[in-house]
Write a protein that binds this ligand. Structure first.
Ligand SMILES: [Zn+2]
Length: 304
């Protein structure tokens, strides 16, 4: 199930995640084991983005749930519990958002493309805008044409705040030049695209951006933020220094498996254990806290 979560987050939400197992003290109360995906938000804080639990037969026994097995005997079933929640909406906002508002990954954006006509009272502008709307819509994209009386500047700010991944601008000058402008939400970059050949090039460019470029670059940007803010540490001093100098982030450090050390790391450095990543790196053979032989590498962070 963890792989399904991870694939959904990375492919559809453009959000890189770390897969792992929760420590004994951090697992779901009563579960045999808890698995989680952890994501790093834009500000360096960690967010548990999804969990799945293995309950063994503990809950079945507590609630007296039994089934008749093929040998005709009553038995307690083993149970699992999993599911993603609305917390992921928060994760998307906090992973990709910027000072102008939301930045939505195209796969989950209710509106993927907004068309903003410039000087729309001038002859021909709205006709062109409508043609572009029809072409883009026919290509399977979720498109909106805003022909309200609000100014173009107002519309730009409005759809930036709402996180619409791509904006198409069309005005009298563009029509004269046989082009329109497309602007990306995630970096604000604008490019001129030809509207010739019945908008063939425009539709291709917008589709390429929505389906490929934008999700790939958004993912790469989030991954870069996580990489820059993941600190490998071999002592408590190193953890404190890294967090003070570079800001909040993930810490990778070895652990002996003792709950006392887990608590002490949190108390002294402020970062708690997030998970024991499936993908382990051996940073040292000693626990970052007590110096005794280490059992595994733990991912630590400040939780939301
Ligand atoms: Zn220790």
């Amino acid at each position: 199930m963890l792989n399904v979560y991870a694939e959904f987050c990375e492919k559809y939400l453009a959000m890189p995640v770390v897969k792992g197992k929760k420590t004994e003290s951090d697992k779901f109360a009563g579960a045999v084991s808890t698995y989680a995906i952890e994501a790093l938000m834009h500000d360096g804080k960690a967010l548990q983005a999804g969990t799945s639990h293995y309950f063994g037969d503990g809950f079945a026994k507590a609630f007296d749930i039994q089934f008749t097995d093929k040998d005709n005997k009553l038995k307690y079933p083993h149970q699992t519990s999993w599911g993603m929640t609305t917390r992921l909406i928060g994760a998307v906002i906090m992973t990709h958002g910027d000072n102008n508002g939301l930045v939505l990954p195209p796969a989950v954006a209710p509106v993927q493309v907004v068309i903003v006509p410039i000087a729309q009272h001038k002859e021909g502008v709205l006709d062109k805008a409508n043609e572009i709307y029809e072409k883009l819509k026919a290509s399977g994209l979720r498109v909106k044409l805003d022909d309200s009386d609000n100014s173009p500047g107002w519309k730009f700010a409005e759809y930036e705040m709402k996180g619409v991944p791509l904006r198409v601008e069309i005005g009298p000058k563009d029509i004269e030049n046989g082009q329109c402008m497309i602007a990306m939400r995630y970096n604000g970059e604008k490019t001129a695209v030809s509207t010739e050949n019945m908008y063939e090039k425009l539709v291709a460019a917008v589709k390429e951006a929505i389906e490929k470029t934008i999700p790939e670059v958004m993912f790469a940007k989030a991954l870069e933020n996580r990489t820059n803010r993941t600190y490998r540490c071999t002592s408590l001093d190193e953890i404190t220094r890294a967090l003070n100098e570079k800001g909040d982030g993930f810490v990778e450090a070895m652990w002996c498996g003792d709950e006392e050390c887990e608590d002490k790391v949190k108390e002294l450095t402020g970062v708690g254990s997030r998970c024991i990543p499936t993908q382990q790196h051996e940073l040292s053979d000693k626990c970052v806290c007590c110096g005794k032989p280490a059992k595994c590498m733990v991912l630590w962070g400040k939780a939301y």
